[in-house]
Write a new protein. Structure first.
Length: 267
């Protein structure tokens, strides 16, 4: 159960986990501020979400009787992200839940190795920092709330190979654990909980695409889950979001929560 009047800020809301989180939080009674880049990026071999997809997320949220403010914003651009967030708060009210969800995962080896490395860190690490920084005062003003960072099983294991994109993905997902622990300490006096989620492969376009399929055929890396299923669904991660964001998780902070079908504990 969510606190009455909850407003959730979600990055990467156009599709995949972000859309699922928006829909399930709306189903639980929250209004949504949703942002997404809505354009493709260099050094990625798969397309990113579009404005049409972000509008579809909004349509599905509003079909549940909740409100959703949407904006095109790049998590790497703190000023633009802050502007989108502030407009959302002006429309819906103070934020109570923050989902730093936007991320990219280029696993193939491109020509621009150094640029690919930096590109991932800018989105997956600096973008998470920006997301929390632009939103935290609203949670403080509200008297508390919840911040959830999307990490990965790759944030607990170094399992993405040695391409610049794979290395930087694993590094970024490890690094956001440091952000989570630091903010958990800093924000606890304000009754703000900060946790990270660590899914195994999730059935979203970031994982299910020809470029990733091709990479998996070429590398000798054991990415099988302990439980006999190839990947989890977005709703499985959203259920963990609901647990951490709701009254059931009101005293849980500083936790790395796997949604991994046993991947991290297999021998």
């Amino acid at each position: 159960m969510l606190t009455s009047g909850s407003v959730a800020f979600i990055t990467g809301a156009a599709r995949g986990q972000g859309r699922s989180h928006a829909i399930e939080l709306a189903r639980a009674g929250a209004d949504i501020i949703g942002v997404d880049l809505c354009e493709d990026l260099p050094y990625l071999d798969y397309p990113l979400g579009t404005m049409d997809e972000l509008v579809e997320t909004q349509r599905e949220v509003e079909a549940l009787g909740r409100r959703m403010f949407i904006a095109q914003a790049d998590v790497r651009d703190r000023d633009a992200l802050a502007d989108a967030f502030e407009r959302g708060v002006a429309d819906l009210g103070d934020c109570t839940i923050v989902l730093a969800n936007a991320g990219i995962c280029p696993l193939t080896i491109g020509d621009q190795r150094r640029e690919q490395w930096q590109h991932v860190l800018d989105v997956n690490l600096t973008g998470v920092w920006h997301t929390i920084e632009v939103a935290k005062q609203s949670l403080i003003d509200n008297g508390g709330g919840c911040i959830i960072i999307t990490s990965s099983t790759s944030g607990l294991k170094g399992d993405c190979g040695d391409s610049p994109g794979g290395l930087s993905y694993s590094v970024s997902k490890h690094a956001v654990i440091g952000l989570m622990r630091s903010y958990a300490n800093v924000l606890a006096p304000h009754m703000i909980r900060v946790n990270s989620l660590h899914p195994t492969g999730v059935n979203t376009p970031m994982i299910v695409n020809p470029a990733t399929d091709d990479w998996l055929k070429k590398v000798d890396i054991d990415l099988e889950n302990l439980m006999p299923l190839p990947m989890v669904e977005p709703i499985d991660v959203s259920n963990a979001v609901l647990y951490l964001a709701g009254e059931s998780g009101r005293y849980i902070t500083g936790v790395e929560l796997p949604v991994d079908a046993g991947y991290n504990v297999k021998n």
